[in-house]
Design a protein. Structure first.
Length: 184
């Protein structure tokens, strides 16, 4: 089974994907690992679309059970039919931004205060992420995700990400049980 977990940055897609993989025979893949070159500090250089799709697809087809976390909206039409189940996580913008600011502080530590480039990159990222609810924003946004969900050729579960992690995992376990019972 191929599962996609997506939503706004900071909504918990990676956390839920990792937890699901830890408790099942699914492997977890994260779109960021294919989107960004490995740099120190991270998230500085993007990988070209063709290369990221080739790398992701190679890992995606290796296993029968995969959970992929991240937004695949701009990665190509082939991803619209690649999944058996999609989980869309949504979270109140204020809470999501609080999580993102905390994550930036944990990720970069004192560099946020001492390194001008890191500070500017973090500020630009947070400004970008804060546009998610803006219907006129042309980047990754709630309205773009809602449109993309109509193109997906799989069942979609919409979930409020303020639900505790184990509550979300329990919902997914039930869905996976039903799915495997219907596809054995």
């Amino acid at each position: 089974m191929k599962v996609l977990i997506f939503g706004a940055s900071g909504s918990g897609t990676t956390t839920l994907g990792k937890e699901l993989a830890e408790r099942t025979d699914f492997i977890h893949l994260d779109a960021d690992d294919y989107y960004w070159k490995k740099t120190n500090p991270p998230f500085q250089e993007k990988i070209l679309l063709a290369e990221r799709n080739e790398n992701l697809n190679a890992d995606f087809i290796k296993s029968k059970n995969v959970v992929l976390s991240g937004s695949m909206v701009s990665w190509g039409k082939e991803w619209q039919t690649a999944f058996d189940l999609a989980i869309f996580l949504h979270l109140d913008n204020d809470e999501r931004m609080r999580r993102l600011r905390k994550r930036e502080e944990e990720r970069y530590g004192t560099l946020l205060a001492t390194d001008k480039k890191i500070r500017e990159t973090s500020r630009a990222f947070l400004e970008w992420a804060n546009q998610y609810e803006n219907p006129d924003f042309d980047g990754r946004s709630f309205s773009l995700h809602k449109k993309w969900m109509k193109l997906l050729k799989c069942e979609i579960i919409e979930m409020n990400s303020s639900m505790p992690l184990m509550g979300k995992v329990d919902v997914l376990f039930e869905k996976l049980k039903l799915w495997s019972g219907n596809h054995s």
